[in-house]
Ligand binder design. Structure first.
Ligand SMILES: Cc1cc2nc3c(=O)[nH]c(=O)nc-3n(C[C@H](O)[C@H](O)[C@H](O)COP(=O)(O)OP(=O)(O)OC[C@H]3O[C@@H](n4cnc5c(N)ncnc54)[C@H](O)[C@@H]3O)c2cc1C
Length: 459
């Protein structure tokens, strides 16, 4: 059923498949916004970059299935971050995102973004209290925010928190523009080139057809870290999936909205050509956990048609994103033992601005420059304490799913990552792995990792 508004309405770029051996300074695996923006910034510095993308075109993975909000208002975040990090670090989180957005917008194509305000809104008393806590954090951190009960929504809110003059993008157009700039600056881009093997010590990767890229530094922008790498942080990432629908609309909103209630909803509009669209989404759950996902689409469709009076949505899509235990993405060197291996992941559904942050940090670190926020985003940061327990519960989840899968889903194909039994997802017609979020199409081809090999389907 995957039918993203952004993929029907943008030109994508296909390149050659890698079919020879090449050498480069920096090899980037993964052509979503993270990989593309990193490639652009590195190529602009004159670095010899190779970008490898598994799909037929870049920016059609999670980036092309997002909501397209480009804002430092990452849901309710600042009040939560203050529990884990110093005030200075939390402000750095805000400022790094804000600066990365503003730098990218100066270069972005005019038809790929628009300026809007970002709103968090509540419809209940507990929701109002959540916003009050977030507002308190904004004040403590000196983040500009406006408290209001006036919104464009067709129902009363108990409180809303506005961050003014943020942005929203057409994610595929936005990313494709930066891909074009990266190509102009000399980056080499290969599509249909899935990396299946990574040799860190000998510094090369192999693609599906055994083509080889030898690198000085390797950057993994595969969304979820691909398998086969020693010491990876996979057990610290949980993955949430949610659903989006788009219908034609009568008018455009000046803001985009996110509810802070337990069943959160996201709202924005977009002008595609001359047609306004209303986009509505939510219904988050742990990826791979649910079989009957069609019900999520049905619930959202009913709500959007009833509350916002829009026609039947022709576009329905879903996507997933990994979370880190302390809410800050992992961007940087994976570990001190692997100095030439870098990663960007764990974006918690705020990966459009985080991809821009990743581009800035990774293009600095891989060229031996410092970045003032590198310590905060570093995957080697260690402040887990109670987060360690959350990590353990993720490990427990994998173990439980291995066992439960073998007992209850005997006929389902085994994930080629760690062997968990996959689950058939009837809404999207995919095989989903509940352990680390790998997804396969109905024929068993990988849609997203960590798996890199197709399912072995029974005849
Ligand atoms: C429902 C939903 C809505 C969202 N809305 C927003 C939003 O409004 N604002 C926001 O800031 N964020 C949002 N996000 C988050 C954001 O979309 C993602 O975090 C971001 O797009 C991730 O970008 P990426 O480049 O890391 O990953 P991707 O865009 O997924 O790119 C990774 C690429 O790596 C490729 N790849 C994987 N494995 C290999 C391999 N072995 N070899 C070669 N290539 C490989 C994939 O094919 C893919 O193209 C949303 C997320 C979800 C799930």
């Amino acid at each position: 059923m995957q039918n993203s508004l952004w993929l029907q309405n943008a030109e994508t770029i296909s390149s050659d498949t890698l079919s020879t051996s090449v050498d480069c300074d920096v090899c980037i695996v993964g052509g979503g916004l993270s990989g593309i923006y990193t490639a652009y910034l590195l190529a602009k510095k004159g670095v010899n970059v190779v970008l490898l993308e598994a799909k037929s075109a870049p920016a059609i993975g999670t980036t092309g299935h997002s909501t397209g909000k480009l804002t430092p208002q990452h849901g309710v975040i600042y009040s939560k971050l203050l529990k884990f990090f110093s005030t200075e670090d939390v402000y750095t989180y805000y400022q790094t995102n804000k600066n990365a957005i503003e730098s990218a917008l100066k270069v972005a194509s005019d038809d790929s973004f628009e300026r809007v305000d970002s709103y968090l809104y509540a419809t209940t008393v507990p929701g109002k209290q959540t916003i009050e806590k977030e507002l308190y954090a904004y004040k403590e951190l000196n983040i500009p925010g406006v408290e209001t009960t006036e919104t464009e929504l067709p129902f009363d809110v108990t409180l809303a928190l506005k961050m003014e003059n943020t942005a929203q993008i057409h994610p595929t157009k936005f990313a494709t523009h930066f891909l074009n700039l990266a190509l102009k600056e000399g980056a080499a881009v290969y599509t249909n080139s899935r990396v299946t093997k990574v040799e860190i010590d000998e510094k090369f990767v192999l693609t599906e057809n055994d083509s080889k890229v030898t690198f000085k530094k390797l950057v993994l922008c595969t969304h979820y870290p691909i398998e086969s790498i020693k010491g990876l942080i996979t057990t610290k990432l949980s993955i949430d999936r949610s659903y989006l629908l788009a219908s034609q609309a009568d008018n455009l909103l000046k803001g985009h909205y996110l509810s802070v209630e337990s069943s959160s909803r996201t709202i924005r509009t977009a002008l595609i050509g001359d047609t306004p669209y209303f986009i509505y989404g939510g219904s988050s759950h742990i990826a791979g956990e649910v079989e009957n996902t069609q019900t999520y689409y049905e619930t959202l469709k009913d709500e959007m048609q009833t509350t916002f009076n829009v026609p039947e949505p022709p576009f329905l899509w879903s996507a997933q994103d990994p979370n880190t235990p302390d809410l800050v993405p992992y961007i940087g060197q994976i570990s001190e033992d692997t100095p030439d291996l870098y990663i960007a992941t764990g974006y918690r559904k705020w990966g459009l601005s985080s991809s821009l942050v990743a581009g800035e940090i990774l293009s600095s670190l891989t060229t031996n420059e410092d970045h003032q926020a590198a310590h905060l985003f570093s995957p080697t940061r260690d402040q887990f304490g109670k987060n360690f327990l959350k990590g353990l519960s993720t490990i427990g989840f994998v173990t439980a799913n291995l066992a439960e899968g073998y007992l209850t889903r005997m006929e389902a194909p085994k994930c080629t990552h760690l062997g968990c039994k996959t689950r058939w997802n009837d809404g999207d017609e995919t095989w989903d792995c509940p352990c680390h979020g790998s997804r396969y199409d109905k024929n068993g081809n990988v849609i997203e990792g960590p798996a890199v090999y197709p399912l072995k389907m029974k005849k």
